[in-house]
Design a protein around this ligand. Structure first.
Ligand code: UGA
Length: 438
């Protein structure tokens, strides 16, 4: 099939290259000329494991092209919308401008029989509105909503090996749309991956409900961490013990600094805003608390840093290991690590931040912070070391050797990712959220 992908960010670029892997010819379209130039040259504009190889390979095959000109999508029969839906400034709601622009730009190239497939995370009701616009302005063109569940850091794997496919299809001609999507995902469908074919509203809600559940699970364990701090209990053991119950499960029960990134925070807020518009805001008031618990963890981390620095951050040298919102990503959108680093600096600490992949992005957003190329450089003569993103490089640090670099052996494990035993045995004061001091 010839397929266009409009929007070439984390989602779109990975999706475009993965579609080539599934056997299609793909044109990626984006308004950002710099990004397109990079992609065209086979250069990944962001860090994502396995993506660089997939991109190089797909571009070299001649079956993946990139352009800023939507006209190149003219001979495609399926058109994916993969643009961002960021939070509106000063509001909880999602900004749908890019989705609207993408759909309108496609109107000039659509032919009867084409299918437009939305992948962006949108408030429920968006697809029905777009479907009405498309059927009025491009008769014979159908719309589907096909949410994406990829995680950054595993984007390629999640795209090529999803755990489910969700198709939101129109009431009329739903079968035709389903067949088209089955053709797009043929190798995945052939593996018998669970598939849910439903209406637009359910498909849209599957995505926001899934992200809300994940956020709730993280905030649940972080609320337990607050209680553990008050009682002297240990949140890590608590999570292990409740996680053995397979109705609960251990995944997404890692207590620590909480969730950030370009998805969970803005998605739960957009969901609350949409519920309000629909007159169902009470159903989601708990998400406000989920958000509050999450943000409190960042404040607590700063307090803990002050505590270990003998009650004052003024002039203290603090090393922050990790800037990305999670490991294996250079994404710093709403990064808890950078948020804490900035608060520490504002409160008078001398902060040096390091990250294996996100320094360039961080420097652009927080030029006032000081950056180092390695954990050792960041921690030179430090009064405290904060591990805020659990990159494997930091989990693997040797506390004995690392202890030679710092001024004071104090480590704050913001992700409960280090071995408390190994660090305390090497003479470090070890502190973590939701766990007793040792
Ligand atoms: C999330 C969802 O997991 C994906 O399924 C979804 O497709 C994606 O959003 C999206 O909407 O596009 P992602 O934002 O890449 O994926 O990252 P997650 O792995 O969900 O992690 C989110 C945040 O939660 C990170 O800051 C991570 O450090 C934190 N987290 C995760 C915890 O604090 N504790 C945990 O136990 C797990």
């Amino acid at each position: 099939m010839r397929i266009s992908v409009v929007g070439c960010g984390y989602l779109g670029a990975v999706h475009a290259a993965s579609l080539v892997e599934l056997g299609h010819e793909v044109v990626g379209v984006d308004v950002d000329a710099r990004k397109i130039a990079d992609l065209r040259a086979g250069r990944a504009p962001f860090y994502e494991p396995e993506f660089a190889e997939l991109l190089t390979h797909s571009v070299a095959s001649g079956r993946l092209t990139f352009t800023t000109d939507i006209a190149a999508a003219r001979d495609c029969t399926v058109h994916f919308i993969c643009v961002g839906t960021p939070q509106k400034h000063g509001e909880y709601a999602a900004d749908l401008r890019f989705v609207q622009d993408a759909a309108e730009s496609l109107l000039g190239v659509l032919e009867p029989g084409d299918v437009v497939v939305g992948k962006s995370t949108v408030p429920v009701g968006t697809a029905a509105g777009l479907a009405a616009m498309v059927s009025e302005k491009a008769p014979g063109v159908r719309l589907a909503w096909n949410p994406e569940f990829l995680r950054e850091g595993f984007a390629v794997r999640d795209t090529l090996h999803p755990d489910r496919l969700v198709y939101g299809v129109p009431d009329a001609d739903g079968g035709v749309v389903e067949e088209t999507l089955d053709e797009v995902y043929a190798p995945i469908v052939a593996r018998g991956i669970p598939k849910v074919v439903t209406d637009y509203a359910t498909a849209e809600m599957v995505k926001t409900a899934a992200n809300s559940f994940l956020a709730t699970k993280i905030s649940f364990i972080n609320a337990m961490a607050e209680l553990c701090e008050a009682t002297g209990a240990d949140v890590k053991q608590l999570a292990d013990a409740i996680g053995y119950d397979d109705r609960i499960g251990r995944k997404f029960l890692n207590a620590g600094l909480g969730f950030g990134g370009g998805c969970l925070p803005k998605d739960i807020r957009a969901f609350m805003a949409r519920a309000g518009e629909l007159g169902a805001d009470q159903a989601l008031t708990f998400l406000r608390e989920v958000d509050n618990i999450n943000m409190r963890r960042r404040i607590r981390m700063v307090e803990l840093a002050r505590e270990v620095c003998d009650g004052s951050l003024l002039g203290k040298r603090v090393a922050v290991l990790g800037a990305a919102f999670k490991p294996d990503s250079d994404d710093i959108r709403d990064s808890p690590a950078l948020n804490v680093a900035a608060q520490l600096q504002l409160q008078g600490a001398v902060v040096r931040v390091t990250d294996p992949a996100a320094i360039e992005n961080s420097r652009r957003q927080w030029p006032q912070l000081d950056y180092a190329d390695s954990a050792e450089e960041a921690a030179e003569r430090a009064d405290a070391v904060l591990v805020l993103t659990e990159w494997k490089q930091y989990r693997a640090l040797d506390p004995v050797a690392f202890g030679q670099v710092v001024a004071q052996k104090r480590v704050l494990d913001g992700r409960n990712a280090l071995s408390r035993k190994a660090w305390t045995e090497a003479g470090w004061t070890y502190r973590a959220l939701g766990r007793r001091a040792s």
